[in-house]
Design a protein around this ligand. Structure first.
Ligand code: ATP
Length: 250
């Protein structure tokens, strides 16, 4: 569908079209549509912009990723659908490994996502088929299958749009977890070491930019970051936006 550029919800509707296409192509699951909708609602509350707090979390994430020994980006259907170019660029500049890790895992979908990322220049993509040869302790069935070279041995895992059980299980394995999640109240957001409360389509380009800055400065920069405090501020922004809306109605 052609959405007029001057439509007030142009960005959001364009993303919906993308998600619809990815569903047709078998990149995202039907349930992925619901997850996208939950994200949209929180994006509305945050004002559909990257806040100062998200920028701070992005900076902290850039430093943690650049200082990691074995950083891994966990990719699900929604992430591959929305930011395929950025996934590949991130894998090259950090550098980090890309691992496909699906909640509703089918080999067919894994392969489709792998091929999509390879077309964009992605290489050595982990987590597909028998490569997911290890298990995250405490996670049942296929959800816990991960690659030995990837998530299983990673010290830092970037988990955009993740489900809480898995994020908590990764924390229990002693890993540093960076989340990108518009819902500051999700279990993923609350258990992570760094939570970027922003839309992935805005956060990923900014993360790439921040990593480039960090690399070009070539310094051992110290950066104070308190995740709970940062999440609280994001919640306050959402609350204030809602209060302003309420005032308009009275
Ligand atoms: P949890 O299990 O962590 O409590 P959840 O049940 O909401 O949370 P899922 O639905 O599996 O977990 O994960 C999807 C998460 O991703 C949701 O919190 C949603 O707000 C978020 N999300 C969806 N789309 C986007 C997006 N484009 N950018 C950032 N976050 C998004």
């Amino acid at each position: 569908m052609d959405i007029p550029k001057n439509h007030p919800r142009y960005e959001s509707l364009t993303l919906r079209e993308k998600v619809k296409e990815c569903l047709k192509q078998g990149i995202i699951s039907e349930v992925g549509i619901a997850a996208h909708g939950r994200g949209e609602a929180f994006d509305y509350f945050i004002g559909e912009r990257t806040t100062k707090e998200a920028e701070r979390a992005i900076k902290a994430a850039a430093i943690l990723l650049c200082n990691a020994k074995n950083p891994v980006l966990s990719v699900n259907g929604n992430t591959a659908c929305l930011v395929p170019d950025e996934i590949v660029e991130l894998s090259k500049i950090v550098p980090l490994k890309i691992e496909i890790n699906l909640f509703y895992r089918t080999n067919e979908r894994e392969i489709k996502i792998k091929e999509k990322l390879e077309k964009k220049g992605g290489a050595n993509i982990l987590g597909v088929g028998r490569n997911a040869n290890e298990k995250i302790p405490g996670l049942d069935s296929l959800r816990g299958n991960v690659s030995r070279d990837g998530i299983f041995t990673a010290d830092v895992v970037l988990v955009p749009l993740e489900d809480g059980d898995r994020a908590i299980a990764l924390k229990d394995m002693g890993k540093k977890v960076i989340a990108i999640d518009l819902n500051p109240l999700s279990r993923t957001s609350l258990c992570s070491d760094i939570t970027i409360v922003d839309n992935i389509v805005r956060a990923m380009p900014k993360l790439i930019q921040e990593i480039k800055i960090f690399k070009s400065n070539n310094t051992k920069e110290e950066f104070e970051f308190d995740n709970k405090e940062n999440i609280k501020k994001s919640v306050r922004i959402m609350r204030d936006n809602l209060l302003r809306l309420e005032e308009k109605l009275t």
